[in-house]
Ligand binder design. Structure first.
Ligand code: CAA
Length: 264
């Protein structure tokens, strides 16, 4: 998602510095961005080279007006990153997280600028989906939220504001739906194709919940269910054992080549 976010920000005319701790990740992201930009250029979008010229790979955190963090869904990893960002970025910079479910309040709390910490939650595939869920931590100032709402609009997105409760709005609704589909499969109610066909043709969803879980990443789905489970203390949010089993087997979805379906 980091690459998708970098792409839409660069396409809006801004300069973007991209960093990933995993060797080769930025290079892969740049390849994905180029393919996406080529598709969009066929429909009148900006020249891929022109957009990519505004994106540079950097070795670690660098000073900037805004950070948009999109690392693994692990609260400790994110908190560590927010601590470092707080030391590196100028005090007036906004620190945003693309987290799907980690409390923004807990990220704000590890910084000396909690009022400038906010959730800026994009949706996959970022260059196509219009929504940005703007999540206000307890500490987020009106000014910060307004700046991110305005930025989302400048990126051609539609912002919707939510407060910092487990799963915000998007994943409080989406993830139990995905989890229930995994239960239906585990219990032998239907095959994956039938489950997804029912959602696609019965509810006019662009893709079924199992294909969508593969797109999101099954590890991310489990991590989000764990946040809902712990945050609300309600057993109805327990991650489906089949999801956990697939993750343990390395079947993470599209990114690993196999999840509920196989990918070339
Ligand atoms: N970049 C640029 N263009 C892209 C693209 C990309 N990454 N991906 C797809 N497109 C374009 C295609 O080129 C195609 O364009 P044309 O119509 O002009 O040919 C168009 O989008 C549709 O794509 P496809 O024909 O390949 O397939 P599709 O109609 O099934 O659309 C999809 C693909 C956009 C992924 C669609 O299936 C969809 O919207 N699925 C649901 C995705 C969703 O729910 N995402 C949210 C996940 S939750 C999340 O991200 C956050 C979280 O917290 C977990």
């Amino acid at each position: 998602m980091g690459g998708g976010i970098a792409q839409v920000v660069a396409a809006s005319g801004r300069r973007v510095s991209l960093h990933d701790e995993v060797a080769g990740a930025v290079e892969r992201a740049l390849g994905t961005m180029r393919r996406s930009l080529e598709k969009l250029a066929e429909k009148g979008g900006a020249e891929p080279d022109e957009v990519l010229a505004r994106v540079s790979e950097v070795d670690g955190l660098v000073p900037a007006d805004l950070m948009i963090e999109a690392v693994v869904e692990d609260a400790e990893v994110k908190q560590g990153l927010f601590r470092r960002a707080d030391e590196t970025l100028p005090p007036e910079a906004i620190l945003a997280s693309n987290t799907s479910s980690i409390p923004i309040t807990s990220l704000a709390a590890v910084t000396a600028r909690p009022e400038r910490v906010v959730g800026m939650h994009f949706f996959n595939p970022v260059p196509v989906l219009k929504l940005v869920e703007v999540v206000r931590a307890v500490q987020t100032s009106d000014e910060t939220a307004a700046a991110i709402v305005a930025l989302a609009e400048q990126l051609g997105k539609v912002p919707a504001e939510a407060r910092d409760f487990p799963g915000f709005v998007s994943n409080r609704i989406l993830m139990p739906f995905v989890n229930e589909a995994a239960y239906a499969l585990m219990e032998g109610v239907a095959e994956p194709d039938a489950i997804d066909t029912i959602a696609k043709l019965g509810f006019a969803h662009p893709m079924g919940p199992l294909a969508l879980a593969d797109l999101i990443g099954l590890d991310t789905c489990v991590a989000i269910m764990e946040v809902l489970h712990e945050g609300f203390g309600d057993p109805k949010y327990a991650p489906c054992p089949l999801l956990r089993q697939y993750v343990a087997a390395g079947r993470l979805g599209r990114k690993s080549g196999r999840g509920f379906y196989e990918y070339a």
